[in-house]
Write a protein that binds this ligand. Sequence first.
Ligand code: FES
Ligand code: FE2
Length: 332
Amino acid sequence: MSMLKGAPWLLAHKSMLDTNKPQKISLYGKDYVMWKDKTGQVNALPNICPHMGAMLSEGWCEVQADGTSNVVCPFHALEFDANGCTVLPGTNKKTLPQLEPLDLIVKDDFIWTYGGCEPKIPIPDILEKIARDYDFIGYTADTSVQTDLRSMLLIMHDYNHQNGTHRDLFEITEVRFEKFIDNGYHSEAFYNMPTAQKSFWDKLKQPNQLLIPDVIKAHLENHFPSLVILYAKSFLGKFVQCHFFVPETSNQTRTYVLLYGEAKNPLAKLLKNQFLNLVKVVVEQDAGILSKIYADVQQKIKLNNEVGMDWVKRNFANWEELVNSKGVGSSK
Ligand code: FES
Ligand SMILES: [Fe+2]
């Protein structure tokens, strides 16, 4: 149950896939090859070639007359279409499917899957709304971290770790927690974090600091278990960071961020890469600390403002109940 079967996972935003370039994706302990053809269609097959087991993600794509493409095995060049059918040398006929495609649910640019499990909770429709209301800035920090999904989610909902994990970056002086709205597998958290006072000249010396306001006003919108959205303001306008989580195996979890912004200010466009880089540093720092904690330690001390982590723990412990009742601990 550690990988929460029945939840929808966002495998990628279409911008993350180069056209006709096979890419490896892992979910629930299985590897897949995913590729986007020039018509924009995205396909996914198990990554193990049924001939002698080569990784199809190491192969290439062959474009067909209708613009779609097949994936070609790098070992003996057998070619598989989106349905997993191939044509054996010396024959002129397609075989029956040799690989079972992974079911993908593509909504606009968002590529979701239930990993072949029965859907237990719906796909959040918030991303289409964000894509309509903001400009897409880019994706960043696509990282596979050696940790379980629960530990990864805990750090995202840990409002105190900025003081340690991200100490040098944000220099948070205090966490002013405002409220947490618990709505089952959906929740929201509001808190403010004043940062150390710095002169403009000091900030200029470390350009990342320019993007960090005097008070970080955070609004988190959480769609358990696959998505955390952070709405934040800087002097450049509003930014929306969508953090995604994918349980690759029970002990390996992928995370990445899609960044959106209200690019009113022309400077925002100029600082686009700085912003993506800042988010990348934050994710790297999280990955760093996750590799330096002892797993499964019984927590003997509790700090203030651990309500977000309590929400994660409860949802993990009561996953079946949560998805069946559509709202454990609902307070709305
Ligand atoms: S292993 Fe793939 S074609 Fe032989
Ligand atoms: Fe963090």
